[in-house]
Design a protein around this ligand. Structure first.
Ligand SMILES: [Zn+2]
Length: 130
């Protein structure tokens, strides 16, 4: 029920910025390669943006999906809010308890134990965020 909401909100963006954009790594123009489905986990559950634009610069072997930046996703699968909640759950008890009980109760999120562990450990490496 919630995924269509996400699709509607983002229907007109999808990250397409023209036939080429500057590569965030080397600043050279990268070419539009086509589109692919982008899946991520928000506090509202999994959202799929169909046909999000994908760019690639062959010289530096870097690809990027502009909608990641628009949604503050970086290379992660979790939105910042979902990541914060996941990290919080991961610091309360064991990762197994957090994945099986805390997250489903707090936000209805069904994440795997390994996803939760990675998010919590990544947050540990960014002091001052919790
Ligand atoms: Zn590049």
């Amino acid at each position: 029920m919630l995924a269509p909401l996400g699709k509607r909100l983002l229907k007109h963006t999808r990250g397409y910025q023209g036939s080429s954009v500057s590569c965030p790594s080397c600043q050279r123009p990268s070419k539009f390669q086509g589109s692919r489905d982008k899946k991520f986990i928000s506090l509202l559950g999994e959202i799929v943006i169909e046909d999000s634009a994908y760019y690639h610069w062959p010289a530096c072997h870097t690809g990027h999906v502009p909608i990641d930046a628009a949604l503050a996703l970086a290379a992660r699968r979790l939105t910042p809010a979902a990541e914060e909640l996941t990290t919080l759950a991961g610091t309360v008890g064991s990762f197994a308890v957090a994945a099986e009980k805390l997250l489903p109760k707090m936000a209805g999120l069904g994440l795997g134990e390994s996803t939760l562990e990675r998010a919590t450990e990544a947050a540990d490496e960014r002091p001052g965020q919790l």
